[in-house]
Write a protein that binds this ligand. Structure first.
Ligand code: ADP
Length: 448
């Protein structure tokens, strides 16, 4: 059994894993760059190792620095959190070559799902519904023209290696195809070192619905329902909720079963998220994330389970601690992502925190690595906290969110908190009537 786990990450997700370790009686090792010497994850972990300068390439993404830290501290396993090395197949291989355990899926599954074309082909073969589009990569502009005609406009060109909304371009008509095709290729090449692209039908007003799955690596898997993450800005999630306002119990059971069976068939191990666009009652697979998601707490909220604990369990060869029938939806959870960004343009706003007061009370969870006096370094992601609320139903969760937002104090920097106060005054948000374009339209209308 694991005695000590190294967490190859920072910020709130590092705390999340440290907390699970502490509750399981497992020692934790934090790694940090020089810019993070005073960070909360360093303080809360049992041990810490400085792994390099501020640049993540030389610290949080450095294989030798992280592997050496694990060896020096005698860690048994590495938890990657999300982002950084969490979906890096080569890293998993190196971890295992050093006799350490990687808390996550196999290198092979990460590789298959990390390439959007093979992911789509694999899912299609496993019976998961996919977005109509090109079968595989589209090598040149001439082929793109033919494929787009077949699918019908509008179409979206996607870099097969893309992520985080990069390498995705919309073409509403044939006139826009060439620019979209060339830009998606260029972005894929520049950001991910891979210019290959494919084409999909562009769905007009879908919701983003993702299904949480969990496998034991031995052919058994369960699903933990869905999350609705349709509120997005530049393809980045801003607010997530579970269960999805547009999904009923029958639909949940049906898509959940399809997803659980698919990952069971490939002996998937650990947490995974199968992302869909959902329109007119139909699901269309877009990608699978082979890691814990930022928004996992809303799922924990409605099922009352600890997903990180489960990840650690299955990584040691233990069975899942729940069966499908044990997983019953209880109430409603909503998460808002608090970024160190200045509205209305979401410009990064790092700096030193003055006073910090976290909200509390029944059904309120604040996952954040902030503290008063903490200096947010400018080198990393702008997410500084997640406020998660749970209520007996959606209305109660919304009132709790409103109440908790009123309690938070984060002084010294600008944050995205005012956005959520404004959203809670919107009828569409209160009724759950939004699709993936709702927020962009709302922001355009409000920022004039
Ligand atoms: P990434 O890996 O960059 O996050 P995804 O494939 O998950 O890319 O897509 C991110 C977002 O882009 C989706 O949540 C949705 O808002 C939009 N999107 C992706 N594919 C389509 C499509 N075929 N039609 C309409 N919108 C899409």
């Amino acid at each position: 059994m694991f005695q000590k786990i190294l967490i190859a990450n920072r910020g709130e997700i590092a705390l999340r894993v440290i907390r699970a370790c502490a509750e399981m009686g497992i020692k934790s090792v934090a790694v940090h760059s020089t810019a993070d010497a005073d960070a909360m994850h360093v303080r809360l972990a049992d041990e810490s190792v400085c792994i390099g300068p501020p640049s993540s390439t030389l610290s949080y993404l450095s294989f030798p620095a992280i592997i050496s830290a694990a060896e020096i501290t005698g860690a048994d396993a590495i938890h990657p959190g999300y982002g950084f090395l969490s979906e890096n197949a080569a890293f998993v291989q190196i971890v295992e070559d050093h006799g350490l355990s990687f808390i996550g899926p196999t290198a092979e599954h990460i590789r298959v799902m990390g390439d959007k074309i093979t992911a789509k082909e694999t899912m299609k073969a496993l019976g998961v519904p996919v977005v109509p589009g090109s079968d595989g990569g589209v090598p040149d502009y001439e082929t793109a023209v033919t494929v787009a005609e077949e699918i019908g406009y509008p179409v979206i060109i996607k870099a097969t290696a893309g992520g985080g909304g990069k390498g995705m371009k919309l073409a509403k008509s044939p006139a826009e195809l060439e620019t979209a095709f060339r830009t998606a290729r260029a972005e894929g090449k520049a950001n991910f070192g891979n210019a290959e692209v494919y084409i999909e039908k562009y769905l007009g007003k879908p919701r983003h619905i993702e299904v949480q799955v969990f496998g034991d690596g031995k052919g058994h898997a369960v699903h933990l329902g869905e999350r609705d993450c349709s509120l997005q800005r530049r393809h980045q999630k801003v607010l997530e909720e579970a269960p999805g306002p547009a999904i009923d119990a029958e639909t949940r059971a049906r898509i959940g079963k399809t997803c659980a069976e698919a990952v069971a068939r490939i002996n998937y191990i650990g947490a995974g998220t199968i992302e869909f666009l959902f329109e007119d009652g139909e699901f269309y697979f877009i990608e699978m994330n082979t890691r814990l998601q930022v928004e996992h707490p809303v799922t924990e909220g409605i099922f009352g389970v600890d997903l990180v604990r489960e990840q650690i369990r299955v990584a040691q060869g233990l069975p899942l601690s729940f069966e499908q029938d044990d997983l019953q939806v209880n109430g409603h959870s909503i998460e808002v992502r608090i970024n160190a960004e200045k509205l209305p343009n979401f410009t990064p706003s790092p700096g030193t925190i003055g006073m910090y007061h976290a909200p509390g009370g029944l059904g309120v969870r604040m996952d954040s690595a902030l503290y008063g006096g903490y200096s947010i370094p400018p080198y990393y992601d702008s997410l500084i906290g997640k406020l998660i609320v749970h209520g007996r139903d959606r209305d109660e969760a919304l009132s709790r969110l409103s109440r908790a937002l009123g309690e938070i104090v984060i002084e010294g920097i600008d944050t995205t908190l005012p956005l959520f106060d404004a959203l809670l005054a919107e009828e569409d948000i209160l009724t759950g009537n939004y699709d993936i374009h709702w927020l962009e339209k709302w922001l355009a209308a409000h920022n004039g």
